[in-house]
Design a protein around this ligand. Structure first.
Ligand SMILES: [Ca+2]
Ligand SMILES: [Ca+2]
Ligand SMILES: [Ca+2]
Length: 484
């Protein structure tokens, strides 16, 4: 695979920088230097204050023109503030009789909860959704347990997606307010089914790269043939969960522990806001499998408890397995050094050298894709929008001067889209396909640049400027000392 490094953007930036400093140089008086120092200090303070509250990837966009088989390197910076930047929250409500008090509080407080979250995390992109349930409105007998699970008399249902994930808080609050309490018959409810639908219902609308949270309001235990599995000895049965067909003993029946493992595989975290302390060890174990926890709450502390649960759910004191992933179909276009950061303690900023290669044989066209900095649980900590144009026909080489247009300083051989691009954008001389080797210096007397004088780069003048500043401060200080 032919590998070329595009130096154009770099060269243009350096040109702009050099030109600006060239102007300064002409009027290099003490006063101007002082202004420069003040501006630099102001810029540093401003950029410190403007530290992003949420995770970012820099640059956020990248555009290049590359031939099939060609590659480009992009230096990429990812800022990890300690919490996920994109968060999807499903509020799931057990609408059985005993939940009456907490449900009316949740209805009253749902708006407040969302406002508190958005205030605490101004940079985080939240979406919310609503699920509700009572229990299967039938009688079942299985694995040593027989009971009426729920009842049509109370309007019980096993599962409802009342609102798919959306950023519209008004719609979410309305969906919560519209919830109607049912019965639930026997004590256990069909939590297993809700856990299952959290990854199986494709209408939920989880976003790619989002931290996925289910905040469940409940007060009992699921149906399962052995709730004690993984917790303690002995069998505790509350009957099987009949699954979507609501018929016990068929292929879609659900097993609690299998469903919890599948939630973990799908990176859906269960945060249990529980109004009862019974079976606490069980709920701790079940939520733990998904990476979540159980929070004991009541009508008075509900809003704070829910915000506390979600805060814990989205915080990332460590980011494990951070790596770059391109959107579907572009996986092979992108690689990076390092390939992965195994364990990062936040807050921190890390860098990747990303290499984008257009596969050989790629057709002429414009290709848009996203490169995300994903962790091991597929949570994105920043997305970069990429546009790669594969041009019609071979591009050529351009002799242009990265340190400013010049007489007498070396030019550099760069890739240009065409002769116009070379002349207008790179201010260089078009030399076509074989005129020079990419990245090499080419003497100006062979390929002259347009117009202005050759001036040194920023780094070359930075040290002398710093020395002058130091001396000036020193002399000023001595002068003031003498005047005292
Ligand atoms: Ca029940
Ligand atoms: Ca079934
Ligand atoms: Ca089981």
């Amino acid at each position: 695979m032919v590998r070329k490094h595009l130096l154009r953007a770099y060269a243009l930036r350096k040109n702009a920088k050099s030109k600006k400093l060239g102007g300064e140089k002409e009027k290099m008086e003490t006063k101007n230097i002082n202004y420069l120092v003040i501006s630099l200090v102001v810029m540093m303070v401003v950029s410190a204050l403007a530290m992003p509250a949420s995770a970012t990837i820099t640059p956020g966009t990248f555009t290049a023109t590359l031939d099939a088989g060609e590659c480009v390197d992009v230096e990429k910076e990812v800022y990890l503030p300690g919490h996920a930047p994109r968060v999807d929250v499903i509020f799931a409500f057990d609408l059985t009789g005993s939940m009456g008090g907490i449900i009316s509080t949740a209805k009253a407080k749902s708006g407040e909860i969302m406002t508190m979250l958005e205030t605490d995390y101004p940079g985080v992109d939240f979406n919310y959704g609503v699920m509700s349930y009572m229990d299967y409105p039938h009688s079942y007998s299985s694995c040593g347990y027989s009971s009426q699970y729920g009842s049509t008399v109370y309007g019980d249902y096993a599962y409802s997606l009342d609102q798919s994930l959306t950023s519209d808080q008004t719609v979410v609050s309305s969906a919560i307010t519209a919830l109607v309490l049912g019965g639930g018959s026997d004590g256990p409810q069909d939590y297993t089914r809700i856990m299952y639908e959290s990854y199986a219902d494709t209408s939920v609308g989880w976003r790619t790269g989002a931290k996925k949270l289910v905040v469940n309001f409940g007060d009992n235990v699921p149906h399962d043939c052995n709730l004690n599995e993984g917790v303690t000895t002995g069998i505790w049965t509350t009957g099987g969960d009949p699954g979507r067909d609501e018929v016990m003993g068929t292929a879609d029946d659900l097993d609690l522990q299998t469903v919890l493992a599948n939630m973990a595989t799908n990176n859906v975290i269960w945060l249990e806001c529980h109004t009862s302390t019974s079976a606490n060890a069980h709920w701790t174990y079940w939520t733990g499998i998904t990476g979540g926890s159980v929070y004991i709450t009541n009508s008075i502390t509900l809003a704070d408890d829910v915000v506390g649960a979600i805060t814990a759910g989205i915080s990332t004191p460590h980011v494990y397995g951070l790596h770059l992933v391109a959107s579907a179909g572009y996986e092979l276009w992108v690689s990076s050094v390092p390939a992965v950061y195994p364990d990062l303690t936040t807050p921190t900023t890390v860098t990747f050298t990303e290499t984008i290669c257009v596969p050989s044989g790629t057709a002429v066209g414009v290709y848009d894709f996203t490169v995300s900095a994903m962790d091991a649980s597929s949570v994105s900590h920043g997305d970069q929008a990429d546009t790669i144009t594969v041009p019609d026909g071979e591009r050529g080489n351009c002799c242009a001067c990265p340190t400013g247009t010049c007489d007498g300083c070396p030019c550099t051989c760069m890739v240009a889209d065409d002769e116009d691009d070379c002349r207008d954008n790179l201010k260089g001389i078009w030399v076509g396909a074989d005129g020079c080797d990419i990245g090499t210096n080419v003497p100006c007397d062979e390929y002259t640049c347009e117009g202005e004088e050759c001036i040194p780069e920023f780094s070359t003048i930075a040290l002398p400027v710093a020395s002058i500043l130091g001396l000036l401060f020193f002399f000023n200080y001595r002068k003031r000392k003498r005047e005292q």
